[in-house]
Design a protein around this ligand. Structure first.
Ligand code: NAP
Length: 306
């Protein structure tokens, strides 16, 4: 794979940024990768493990001269970071992000992007419940989707270059409109996370009356929920605060379905339950057929992605 950008700057050095760095290095996609994180602790860790060719003490220093700047901080922090780096962005450079919500990022970051700089929001649909500079790995994006969400005026050649970077990191790439993205992700990621958080919260309340048996005898279904519910609290707080409408819409539908299933259980309507579970099983088959998961029994042990 050949070099796509001379210099890439990663702002925020957590799971996604560190995985991008290792994936960029694996394929030789950039001449130099600079990095910045707000805490000296994270910057020290990055220097110790060789994460980034150059770790800088300010975001401005990392961004100076970069052809591509990737905002890898929680969604709620994107606007402030964009404001800080705006004065030093190189003319002709591209600013992108990896945030899990797109409409809000466009509203917060867009106004800070100067004329002559491209802005192309993006979202890799890959992650784990781990966070921080040591959690990344080069294979995270392999065969996962990355959605590009171009805004009005995004230049086709700048989009093509960013697409090539994500493909070089192993992703399949699609383009999507911001509102559609936020609705799709509310269904596939945001609402399921909230449900996992709730289920684990309920079990935690129950634990007090069952003497830790919920933990001791935790079955595969519950263990999967606990893995998802271990995800970074800051990131997920920001997701729900910034994708409010779509998440509330999906949760409304979810509670209606839940009530219908609850009624079927109460009235002994086995046919309803059986038909419902048959339909949902087909969705699992579709995900496996699309290559987005394997059907190997996993029991929550070897799994990397959420
Ligand atoms: P992470 O591992 O928790 O790392 C977050 C990074 O952002 C850290 O370097 C942190 O700095 C920095 N940061 C946190 N708050 C900040 C603030 N207020 N101002 C400036 N910097 C701040 O997070 P991640 O999982 O890589 O997520 C990064 C982005 O990717 C998020 O927008 C998230 O929505 C998106 N995303 C995540 C996943 C996933 O599964 N994790 C998947 C796809 C997309 P310090 O270390 O110095 O505190």
């Amino acid at each position: 794979m050949s070099q796509i950008y001379d210099r890439v700057a990663l702002i925020g050095l957590g799971l996604i940024a560190s995985s991008m760095f290792w994936a960029i290095k694996r394929a030789g996609l950039a001449g130099e990768v600079t990095g910045f994180a707000r805490s000296s602790e994270t910057r020290d860790t990055a220097r110790r493990i060789g994460l980034c060719d150059r770790v800088c003490d300010t975001a401005e220093e990392a961004v100076e001269g970069a052809d591509l700047v990737v905002l890898c901080v929680p969604v709620g922090a994107m606007g402030a970071v964009a404001q800080d780096i705006a004065p030093v962005l190189k003319r002709g450079a591209t600013v992108t992000d990896v945030g899990s919500v797109k409409r809000h990022v466009i509203q917060d970051v867009g106004p800070h992007v100067p004329d002559g700089v491209h802005f192309i929001p993006a979202h890799p649909l890959a992650g784990t419940e781990h966070s921080g500079p040591e959690s990344g790995f080069a294979e995270l994006f392999d065969n996962r989707w990355c959605l590009l969400v171009p805004v009005e005026g995004s230049a086709p050649d700048a989009i093509a270059r960013l697409r090539a970077l994500w493909e070089g990191m192993g992703s399949n790439v699609d383009e999507m409109d911001a509102d559609h993205h936020d609705l799709v992700l509310a269904v596939t990621s945001h609402a399921p996370h909230l449900i996992a958080y709730t289920m684990v919260g309920v079990a935690d309340d129950l634990r007090r009356v069952t003497d830790s048996e919920v933990i001791k005898y935790s079955a595969a279904g519950f263990r999967d929920f606990t893995r998802i519910a271990a995800s970074d609290p800051t990131m997920w707080r920001d997701v729900f605060l910034t994708n409010k409408d779509a998440t509330l819409e999906i949760l409304g539908r979810f509670t209606e379905e839940l009530f219908a299933l609850q009624r079927a259980i109460r009235t002994g309507d086995g046919e309803h339950l059986f038909d419902y579970f048959t339909r949902t099983r087909a969705i699992r088959r579709g995900i496996i057929d699309a290559g987005q998961d394997t059907d190997a029994p996993d029991f929550g042990r070897g799994k990397k992605s959420v």
